[in-house]
Ligand binder design. Structure first.
Ligand code: IDP
Ligand code: MG
Length: 139
Protein backbone atom coordinates (compact mmCIF):
# COMPACT_ATOMS: atom_id res chain seq x y z
CA UNK A 1 0.00 0.00 0.00
CA UNK A 2 1.39 3.37 -1.05
CA UNK A 3 1.58 6.54 0.98
CA UNK A 4 0.23 8.91 -1.69
CA UNK A 5 -3.27 9.55 -2.98
CA UNK A 6 -5.16 12.14 -4.99
CA UNK A 7 -8.12 14.31 -4.01
CA UNK A 8 -10.18 16.96 -5.71
CA UNK A 9 -12.51 19.40 -3.99
CA UNK A 10 -15.46 19.67 -6.35
CA UNK A 11 -17.13 22.86 -7.72
CA UNK A 12 -20.05 22.73 -5.22
CA UNK A 13 -17.69 22.95 -2.25
CA UNK A 14 -15.54 25.66 -3.85
CA UNK A 15 -18.68 27.68 -4.70
CA UNK A 16 -19.81 27.39 -1.07
CA UNK A 17 -16.36 28.70 -0.04
CA UNK A 18 -15.62 25.50 1.91
CA UNK A 19 -12.37 24.51 0.17
CA UNK A 20 -10.00 25.89 2.81
CA UNK A 21 -12.02 24.21 5.58
CA UNK A 22 -11.93 20.90 3.71
CA UNK A 23 -8.15 21.13 3.20
CA UNK A 24 -7.76 21.78 6.95
CA UNK A 25 -10.04 18.79 7.67
CA UNK A 26 -7.66 16.62 5.62
CA UNK A 27 -4.60 18.00 7.42
CA UNK A 28 -6.30 17.40 10.78
CA UNK A 29 -6.94 13.80 9.66
CA UNK A 30 -3.18 13.34 9.26
CA UNK A 31 -2.60 14.03 5.57
CA UNK A 32 0.25 16.19 4.29
CA UNK A 33 -0.43 18.26 1.16
CA UNK A 34 2.40 17.60 -1.30
CA UNK A 35 0.90 19.33 -4.36
CA UNK A 36 -1.99 21.78 -4.71
CA UNK A 37 -3.72 23.44 -7.66
CA UNK A 38 -6.98 25.41 -8.04
CA UNK A 39 -8.19 25.57 -11.63
CA UNK A 40 -11.10 24.89 -14.02
CA UNK A 41 -11.17 21.65 -15.98
CA UNK A 42 -12.32 21.66 -19.61
CA UNK A 43 -15.04 19.21 -20.69
CA UNK A 44 -12.34 17.07 -22.28
CA UNK A 45 -10.32 17.05 -19.03
CA UNK A 46 -13.41 16.01 -17.04
CA UNK A 47 -14.34 13.28 -19.55
CA UNK A 48 -10.82 11.84 -19.35
CA UNK A 49 -10.84 12.04 -15.56
CA UNK A 50 -14.16 10.17 -15.30
CA UNK A 51 -13.61 7.93 -18.37
CA UNK A 52 -14.44 4.83 -16.30
CA UNK A 53 -18.02 6.16 -15.94
CA UNK A 54 -18.56 6.83 -19.69
CA UNK A 55 -22.05 5.76 -20.76
CA UNK A 56 -23.55 5.65 -17.26
CA UNK A 57 -26.82 7.56 -16.78
CA UNK A 58 -25.18 10.13 -14.51
CA UNK A 59 -22.15 10.74 -16.79
CA UNK A 60 -23.30 13.84 -18.73
CA UNK A 61 -24.59 15.51 -15.57
CA UNK A 62 -21.33 14.72 -13.82
CA UNK A 63 -19.32 16.38 -16.61
CA UNK A 64 -21.60 19.47 -16.53
CA UNK A 65 -21.16 19.66 -12.76
CA UNK A 66 -17.39 19.11 -12.72
CA UNK A 67 -16.88 21.88 -15.29
CA UNK A 68 -19.29 24.34 -13.62
CA UNK A 69 -16.53 26.12 -11.68
CA UNK A 70 -13.05 25.78 -10.24
CA UNK A 71 -11.85 22.66 -8.43
CA UNK A 72 -8.99 22.23 -5.98
CA UNK A 73 -6.72 19.30 -6.84
CA UNK A 74 -4.20 17.93 -4.34
CA UNK A 75 -1.76 15.07 -3.89
CA UNK A 76 -1.84 13.89 -0.28
CA UNK A 77 0.63 11.87 1.77
CA UNK A 78 -0.18 9.54 4.67
CA UNK A 79 0.52 5.90 5.47
CA UNK A 80 -1.99 3.74 3.56
CA UNK A 81 -3.18 6.96 1.90
CA UNK A 82 -5.81 5.60 -0.51
CA UNK A 83 -7.80 3.67 2.11
CA UNK A 84 -7.34 6.37 4.76
CA UNK A 85 -8.67 9.09 2.42
CA UNK A 86 -11.69 7.02 1.33
CA UNK A 87 -12.50 6.64 5.05
CA UNK A 88 -12.07 10.37 5.72
CA UNK A 89 -14.21 11.30 2.69
CA UNK A 90 -17.12 8.90 3.36
CA UNK A 91 -19.70 7.19 1.15
CA UNK A 92 -20.55 8.51 -2.33
CA UNK A 93 -24.03 9.57 -1.17
CA UNK A 94 -23.61 12.15 1.63
CA UNK A 95 -26.84 10.93 3.25
CA UNK A 96 -25.27 7.49 3.68
CA UNK A 97 -21.85 8.81 4.75
CA UNK A 98 -20.65 8.37 8.34
CA UNK A 99 -20.89 11.29 10.75
CA UNK A 100 -17.83 13.53 10.63
CA UNK A 101 -16.79 12.57 7.10
CA UNK A 102 -16.14 15.29 4.51
CA UNK A 103 -19.13 14.26 2.40
CA UNK A 104 -21.46 14.16 5.41
CA UNK A 105 -20.29 17.61 6.47
CA UNK A 106 -20.09 19.34 3.10
CA UNK A 107 -21.90 17.26 0.44
CA UNK A 108 -25.47 18.01 -0.63
CA UNK A 109 -26.38 15.20 -3.07
CA UNK A 110 -24.99 12.02 -4.61
CA UNK A 111 -23.66 14.16 -7.47
CA UNK A 112 -22.67 17.25 -5.50
CA UNK A 113 -20.72 15.40 -2.84
CA UNK A 114 -17.95 17.96 -2.27
CA UNK A 115 -14.86 15.83 -2.85
CA UNK A 116 -13.21 13.11 -4.92
CA UNK A 117 -10.88 10.43 -3.52
CA UNK A 118 -8.91 7.96 -5.64
CA UNK A 119 -9.81 4.29 -5.20
CA UNK A 120 -6.41 2.64 -5.85
CA UNK A 121 -2.70 3.48 -5.95
CA UNK A 122 -2.73 3.03 -9.72
CA UNK A 123 -5.74 5.30 -10.27
CA UNK A 124 -4.31 7.91 -7.91
CA UNK A 125 -1.22 8.21 -10.12
CA UNK A 126 -3.30 8.34 -13.33
CA UNK A 127 -5.60 10.98 -11.80
CA UNK A 128 -2.94 13.28 -10.40
CA UNK A 129 -1.10 13.15 -13.74
CA UNK A 130 -4.12 14.92 -15.26
CA UNK A 131 -3.67 17.82 -12.84
CA UNK A 132 0.07 17.99 -12.15
CA UNK A 133 3.37 17.48 -13.92
CA UNK A 134 6.04 15.39 -12.18
CA UNK A 135 7.93 18.60 -11.38
CA UNK A 136 4.95 19.91 -9.34
CA UNK A 137 5.24 17.05 -6.88
CA UNK A 138 8.16 17.63 -4.54
CA UNK A 139 8.33 14.70 -2.15
P1 IDP B 1 -16.86 7.88 -5.68
O1 IDP B 1 -16.63 9.34 -6.00
O2 IDP B 1 -17.37 7.67 -4.28
O3 IDP B 1 -15.67 7.01 -6.03
P2 IDP B 1 -18.11 6.87 -8.12
O4 IDP B 1 -19.09 5.75 -8.18
O5 IDP B 1 -16.73 6.63 -8.63
O6 IDP B 1 -18.09 7.40 -6.60
O7 IDP B 1 -18.76 8.08 -8.92
C1 IDP B 1 -18.01 9.21 -9.29
C2 IDP B 1 -18.83 10.44 -9.03
O8 IDP B 1 -19.96 10.45 -9.89
C3 IDP B 1 -19.42 10.55 -7.62
O9 IDP B 1 -18.51 11.05 -6.66
C4 IDP B 1 -20.60 11.48 -7.84
O10 IDP B 1 -20.19 12.86 -7.94
C5 IDP B 1 -21.09 11.03 -9.22
N1 IDP B 1 -22.13 9.99 -9.12
C6 IDP B 1 -21.96 8.68 -8.79
N2 IDP B 1 -23.14 8.02 -8.79
C7 IDP B 1 -24.08 8.94 -9.11
C8 IDP B 1 -25.51 8.88 -9.27
O11 IDP B 1 -26.15 7.83 -9.10
N3 IDP B 1 -26.14 10.05 -9.60
C9 IDP B 1 -25.46 11.22 -9.79
N4 IDP B 1 -24.13 11.32 -9.67
C10 IDP B 1 -23.44 10.20 -9.32
MG1 MG C 1 -14.81 6.55 -7.88
Amino acid sequence: MGNLTFTMIKPDAVRANNHAKILQHLVDAGFRIVALRMWCMSRNDAKRFYAVHTGKPFFDGLIDFMTSGPIVAAVLEKEDAVAELRKTVGATNPEAADEGTVRKLYGSSVQQNAIHASDSDENARIEWSLHFSEADIML
